[in-house]
Design a protein around this ligand. Structure first.
Ligand code: AHR
Length: 329
């Protein structure tokens, strides 16, 4: 893909820009960031925010991996607002960083700013979340999970564990409206539960990927729906918020109402091991090392795959008990 979208002439310009903007940024000890003249690569990283345990783990991992790779990281937190992320990307373009990486808050509305980066010959890497753009030349690669597959795995577990039930009422706590993981996890789950017509999603609303959002929406769901059997939360944090709401309503999570979540961060895994959550589909935040490798390659003008999918697993309550002591986040 890179060969198609980054002609040799453009590569040369990008390398020239690298020499210019890399100066003044001291390479870290053991740095391999020597793509041009021995200076460290400068990466502008526009993070979504700090909405969840997953995000906190992802930020820490990216910062540590940059240090290890000898890449100078300029970091910004968009507080879940697209306009903040666009501002951050524009500022990285002005600062002439060598490469921009970002995890888009929502899928749409990126073409203008990505075109500005392209015109400035600054390669862009999408990490964690995708953009919905017709023009695939606006970024070099997309590193992250297959969110549709994650939703499917959640739905398949429910189908498997609902055999013999005549009716299963599900409420869904969606992630941030318009975000790739919210759209795709909804789609994958809906696809999987088609195999079991007794499973019905009776209510679905966004909890914005936060614990407080999950709690608030679950409180409302509990008030208006007396017969909830299952919560499908697009991330652990919203599932943990739902646990608080269920307990406050005098019900027992894991028994009266089963909970399925996505992520497998430490608090989620603990709730799974404790029997409060029934199943977790893993979404790994440990993308830092792969991101730094890809950054070095795109800055050097080497070709990279257009899509790098993160390898992930799933956890039952028993598997969580075994896995917890070794979890890194
Ligand atoms: O984009 C990844 C998702 O964003 C994680 O599942 C969620 O916890 C986070 O906020």
């Amino acid at each position: 893909m890179l060969n198609k979208i980054l002609p040799v002439a453009v590569s040369a310009v990008a390398l020239a820009a690298l020499s210019a903007c890399g100066s003044g940024s001291a390479a870290a000890p053991g740095s391999s960031g020597a793509a041009a003249g021995g200076d460290a690569i400068v990466m502008g990283f526009a993070q979504v925010g700090a909405e969840s345990g997953w995000r906190t783990a992802n930020t820490k991992n990216v910062q540590e991996s940059a240090k290890t790779a000898g890449i100078e990281l300029k970091f910004s937190d968009a507080q879940q607002k697209q306009e903040n992320q666009i501002k951050a990307i524009r500022s990285y373009i002005q600062q002439k960083v060598d490469v921009i990486a970002f995890s888009p808050v929502v899928e749409t509305g990126w073409d203008t700013v990505l075109l500005e980066a392209k015109r400035a010959n600054i390669p862009v890497i999408l990490t964690d979340r995708a953009v919905d753009s017709e023009d695939k030349t606006l970024y070099k690669t997309f590193l992250g999970s297959d969110f549709v597959l994650e939703g499917k795995k959640a739905g398949e577990w429910l189908v498997e564990n609902s055999k013999g039930e005549s009716a299963v009422n599900v409420v869904e706590l969606q992630g941030t409206t318009g975000a790739a993981p919210a759209i795709d996890r909804k789609e994958g789950f809906a696809e999987a539960i088609k195999a079991a017509p007794q499973i019905k999603v009776i209510a679905s609303q966004t909890g914005d990927f936060t614990r407080s959002g999950g709690k608030q929406v679950m409180e409302a769901f509990l008030k208006s729906n007396p017969d909830i059997d299952v919560v499908y939360a697009h991330n652990d944090d919203m599932g943990l918020g739902a646990i608080e709401a269920i307990e406050a309503a005098g019900k027992v999570p894991g028994k009266d109402i089963k909970i399925i979540t996505v992520d497998a961060v430490h608090d989620g895994m603990q709730a799974l091991a404790d029997g409060k959550i029934s199943y977790i589909v893993e979404c790994s935040p440990l993308l830092g090392d792969q991101l730094m490798d890809l950054a070095k390659k795109v800055v050097a003008g080497e070709s990279v795959p257009e899509r790098v999918v993160t390898e992930e697993t799933t956890f039952t309550q028993e598997q969580a008990k075994t896995a917890l002591p070794q979890r890194k986040y």
